[in-house]
Design a protein around this ligand. Structure first.
Ligand code: SF4
Length: 311
């Protein structure tokens, strides 16, 4: 399938069937921590990058196949999903095909766009990111398209939150030395107080980031994080999810997962061993894909990760 992946176990969404309506790395941000590599299609123009009929056909088939085993249908993937112009039609169709809740993982940059707001009203859960409390840090971390303004974006969060009846969970990615000081965290909290989400997920760059200098914050950050967000009951420090696989074709499954998600070698072995491949078979396949220059291994945080060669 071209536009569907998984189901994959997701930290926040359980067993999630992914819908990916964009070409690889189409985004209006170029986040320093992006795990998908460089933004190759840097745009803030919304359009139908692929024919929606094709996406809808695949969605129907995949939902029919997996509906009983999934917790969420999730719009996410190779870039910013709200850049897909007819996202509303895709969401309406997904609702027609399944009674499972629909989630949209977004960078939140277009929440002040009326068409995007109108589309997202057809979802059950919106999960935007907010990594900065001011314009300067926003530009440093997310490196947004020049047409995106920080305060307008925050207004979009507030306005959409006020009209949306579904769940609204904000994710904050913390990066050592950039937004993990008390001062910066207080600024982020000030904005979050105005937005009033149902839940906050704190995350750290556990997978290889596009910029090699990006690092996970020190453990001490946790102590003042707890103090700063003490009045928030629903704040989470999520654990890394595991992946599951469904096809017996090791090469296809490996490439399909690594295309959207770098993976640690030990995770790969654990996941694929449970699908009856031996460790030797898995390592041989990884090495073979490496020699074909389709994937590569890199060392990050003293662990071996496998990612697509283009990243
Ligand atoms: S992390 Fe998300 S928003 Fe940031 S560049 Fe990557 S795809 Fe775009």
């Amino acid at each position: 399938m071209k536009y569907i992946y998984g189901p994959v176990p997701s930290r926040r969404l359980g067993n999630s069937l992914g819908i990916d309506p964009l070409p690889s790395k189409t985004c209006n941000y170029q986040c320093i921590y992006c795990q998908l590599g460089k933004t190759t299609n840097f745009t803030n123009i919304r359009k139908n990058f692929f024919p929606k009929e094709e996406i809808i056909l695949e969605m129907e088939k995949a939902i029919e196949l997996h509906d009983n085993s999934i917790d969420y249908i999730t719009f996410v993937g190779s870039g910013e999903p709200t850049l897909y112009k007819d996202l509303k039609d895709l969401l309406i169709k997904a609702k027609e095909f399944s009674k499972k809740p629909i989630a949209v993982i977004t960078n939140g940059s277009l929440l002040n766009n009326k068409e995007v707001q109108d589309a997202l009203m057809h979802s059950d859960l919106v999960l935007p990111s907010l990594d900065a409390g001011n314009e300067q840090i926003f530009i440093r971390i997310n490196r947004p398209h020049p047409s995106i303004n920080f305060e307008d974006m925050i207004d979009g969060f507030i306005n959409f939150r006020n009209i949306f009846y579904g769940k609204f969970w904000i994710e904050v990615m913390l990066i050592r030395g950039v937004n993990d000081s008390k001062k910066e965290l207080l600024k982020i909290k000030e904005k979050i107080d105005l937005i009033n989400p149902n839940r906050i997920d704190i995350n750290v760059p556990i997978r290889p980031p596009v910029e090699k200098w990006v690092k996970i914050p020190d453990k001490e950050t946790l102590s003042f994080l707890n103090k700063i967000f003490v009045d928030y009951k629903n704040i989470n420090f999520p654990e890394e999810g595991k992946f599951s696989i469904y096809s017996s074709d090791l090469e296809t499954e490996l490439l399909s997962i690594l295309e959207r998600h770098p993976m640690r070698q030990d995770q790969i072995i654990k996941t694929f061993s449970s699908a009856k491949f031996t460790e030797d078979e898995i390592i041989t396949q990884l090495e073979q894909l490496k020699s074909l220059k389709k994937i590569k291994d890199i060392l990050y945080n003293n662990q071996i990760f496998w990612i697509l060669e283009i990243n």
